[in-house]
Design a protein around this ligand. Structure first.
Ligand code: SIN
Ligand code: MN
Length: 257
């Protein structure tokens, strides 16, 4: 799948693009089946919510499950990433953030490069975050909020928050969020299962508590140019992959087996 001119312009100008209907129902079903297996594993890469103890994020999925490894090479996923950042991309991180019905907790306002720079020593904000919706994502079940154009301001000041949730995160303070929103507003990234969302490393985003009766599972892969690899190795491999070889799309296998 190739992004058209207007989609490429959106990435550049707004910092994100939302593309509906990129995966078939059968592909999504197979991914969801693999998700259930991953969530049921006893694995240190399954991190749980602070209050309920249900899975918040299941990480390192390309290392744990063949179908998620294949997904990173799927033409509807990998080709748009190559159009934006070139072909030499390695898998920095894969995960599913489920935000379970009734209990899924917030992701505070942040941008990913604060962590990629602060924790991993990745030199530049060149990584891309690519999502595939595994559930319908609506206004009710905790969609991501983006501040359009916030990546244009460079890296906003961030502070490490180890208290609000079980997932330590470099967060942007309320004054900065207020100023950015005043200029550019907020949008929510919604769509049916099978939607792809792509956003850049400096885009400020977050998501609210899911008080609806609907789960909101989203697969995410962070792909990083090989010449922008991490220089610090404090985080485990399930948070930042150690294989810096470029993804090889010719070894893609169908998700339909
Ligand atoms: C993230 O920012 O990586 C996660 C946000 C979410 O799953 O809502
Ligand atoms: Mn993020």
């Amino acid at each position: 799948m190739k992004l058209n001119k207007s989609q490429l312009k959106k990435i550049d100008e707004l910092g994100y693009v939302i593309i509906p209907s990129c995966f078939s129902n059968e592909e999504i079903k197979n991914l969801r089946d693999a998700m259930t297996l991953a969530f049921n594993e006893k694995n240190e890469a399954n991190l749980v919510e602070k209050s309920s103890g249900v899975v918040r994020t299941a990480m390192g999925l390309h290392l744990r499950s063949k179908i998620f490894d294949d997904l990173t090479r799927h033409p509807n996923f990998f080709e748009p990433a190559c159009q934006i950042r070139g072909h030499n991309l390695y898998i920095q991180q894969t995960k599913i953030n489920v935000k379970a019905a009734f209990t899924g907790e917030v992701w505070q306002w942040h941008y990913d490069f604060a962590t990629h720079y602060g924790e991993d020593g990745s030199p530049k904000p060149m990584a891309l975050n690519l999502h595939v919706f595994l559930d319908d994502v609506t206004e009710f079940n905790g969609p991501l909020f983006f501040i359009p154009k916030s990546h244009k301001y460079g890296s906003a000041p961030s502070k490490l928050d180890t208290v609000t949730t079980n997932y330590p995160l470099w967060v942007v303070d309320q004054q900065n969020v207020k100023a950015l929103v005043k200029e550019n507003g907020i949008i929510s990234a919604r769509g049916n299962a099978g939607t792809v969302v792509i956003f850049v490393d400096n885009l400020v985003h977050g998501s609210a508590h899911n008080m609806s009766p609907f789960d909101r599972a989203i697969f995410s892969a962070i792909l990083n140019p090989c010449d922008n690899a991490q220089t610090k190795f404090a985080r485990p491999e399930y948070k930042h992959g150690r294989d810096f070889k470029p993804i090889n799309p010719s070894s893609y296998k169908s998700l339909l087996m």
